[in-house]
Write a new protein. Structure first.
Length: 278
């Protein structure tokens, strides 16, 4: 993702519509992008009036908004709109109310994450007032898509004026190949961990050589654990404002990061596409 030209937001007339739109408008202006809204459902005068009222209260868009009204199956309508409008970034809001968030994430966002040809930004706690982005966490795992993911995190950090980025290198416990049951095995495990960390740090440093990250403090953090879950836990305890990750090929990313209690998540989540074709 070198540049964002078009941003699509799913418009659901829920209690979070206003903060979701305010966030989308701000992001569009930061990237000088065009905002397109899609509502899956019937177009009514009341809905149009409510939408225009909210937009009139937000900051002025640099480019006029385009609204798509279409009835049908939500995932299919959104995916078709992504293709037809050549969307670079899809913004989804999640309802934090009892089981609605679990349902929304489970049934819609998971499918979109698997199938969308663009990046997806999931807003967990959108705000009407702008909240400063102070810390971005991005995966640094060994994968063909990781370099582009890190580039995207740097791109977002510049536009969001975020000065701190942490690249998390998730290392599987299976790579240790040591059963720790005494002091000798503990020392051996410690040495292996250090070697693995040095290996991963060097791999990420090679990626960073080709990325312009001037004025951004970039740190590397190795974590031993389950891929996907470990970085989600790290982002949570470090109170990251944005988590940037590759989209997995086979498993819904949200299954892996938040397998149990997604309501407790307090950061925004950006997933890059598995590929650029559908």
């Amino acid at each position: 993702m070198q540049k964002i030209h078009k941003i699509l937001i799913g418009i659901a007339f829920s209690p979070n519509l206003k903060p979701n739109l305010f966030e989308a408008v701000r992001i569009c202006n930061m990237f000088n992008a065009e905002l397109i809204g899609v509502h899956v459902g019937e177009k009514t005068i009341k809905k149009e009036t409510d939408l225009q009222q909210i937009l009139s209260e937000a900051e002025v868009l640099k480019k006029p908004i385009k609204t798509v009204w279409q009835e049908g199956e939500p995932v299919k309508v959104i995916l078709n709109t992504v293709i037809e409008e050549q969307i670079d970034l899809l913004i989804l809001g999640a309802l934090q109310k009892e089981n609605l968030l679990k349902y929304y994430v489970g049934s819609i966002a998971r499918k979109l994450t698997r199938k969308a040809s663009c990046s997806i930004l999931l807003l967990i706690k959108p705000s009407i007032e702008r909240q400063a982005c102070k810390h971005i966490v991005v995966n640094g795992l060994k994968d063909d898509k990781t370099e582009e993911t890190i580039r995207t995190s740097v791109l977002f950090s510049k536009h969001l004026m975020c000065k701190k980025v942490t690249i998390v290198e998730e290392i599987s416990q299976s790579e240790l190949q040591v059963k720790v049951d005494d002091d000798k095995s503990l020392r051996k495990a410690t040495i292996i961990k250090k070697r693995l960390k040095n290996r991963e740090d060097q791999r990420v440093k090679n990626i960073l050589k080709g990325i312009d990250s001037e004025d951004i403090s970039i740190q590397m953090q190795s974590i031993f654990g389950t891929r996907g879950y470990s970085i989600g836990h790290y982002a949570k305890i470090k109170r990251a404002d944005l988590l940037v990750m590759n989209a997995p090929t086979n498993v819904g990313i949200l299954d892996r990061i938040f397998p149990h209690d997604i309501e407790s998540v307090s950061y925004t989540h950006l997933t890059l596409p598995t590929n650029r074709e559908v």
